[in-house]
Design a protein around this ligand. Structure first.
Ligand SMILES: [Fe+2]
Length: 167
């Protein structure tokens, strides 16, 4: 096992995470009706995520490799948490908020790890691109965190008024 092959594996894993992120966010965005701030944050981050995906694909290409399909079970408990939000429920928006918070922090960990591996593998040319992706994940994690309370308050208001509040 050499640093280069560990790096390629990390690139592929991170790429798989981003593909999963796109699926999760696109699904939520098309369902959201009553939470415009969450919807706007997701739309913005979907755009960023396309860029993040391209950065990973370019790095893999430069090493003569290409992305591979997500290994089953790779996302483990995060995947299970995401499944919560996919089950129609009265409190869908709350479950999705928790899951988004978890997922953005999962991605932060993945990029910090990727940057560390890239450094050891001598791939300094890629690092500023992934530093940019990391900054975007950190910003989104903070946005999601800051939306937890206002989203919950809106959910309460709508629910207590007998209105549709689920998403
Ligand atoms: Fe993200």
């Amino acid at each position: 096992m050499d640093a280069q092959s560990i790096y390629v594996t990390a690139l592929k894993n991170t790429h798989a995470i981003e593909m999963q992120a796109l699926q999760i966010m696109e699904r939520q965005v098309e369902r959201l009706e009553h939470y415009p701030e969450m919807e706007a944050a997701l739309r913005r981050h979907i755009e960023e995520t396309h860029g993040q995906r391209t950065r990973l694909e370019e790095a893999l290409q430069s090493l003569g490799d290409s992305p591979s399909a997500l290994k089953e079970g790779f996302l483990g408990f995060v995947g299970n948490m995401m499944a919560l939000g996919h089950t129609p429920a009265q409190d869908e928006i709350l479950k999705n908020s928790y899951a988004n918070h978890a997922f953005e922090n999962f991605e932060i960990a993945a990029y910090e790890s990727l940057l560390t591996i890239g450094e050891v593998a001598g791939q300094s040319g890629h690092l500023s691109a992934f530093q940019q992706s990391l900054s975007e994940e950190q910003a989104m994690a903070q946005t999601v965190r800051e939306l937890i309370k206002p989203t919950t308050r809106r959910y309460l208001e709508l629910s207590l008024a007998g209105a549709k509040a689920d998403r």
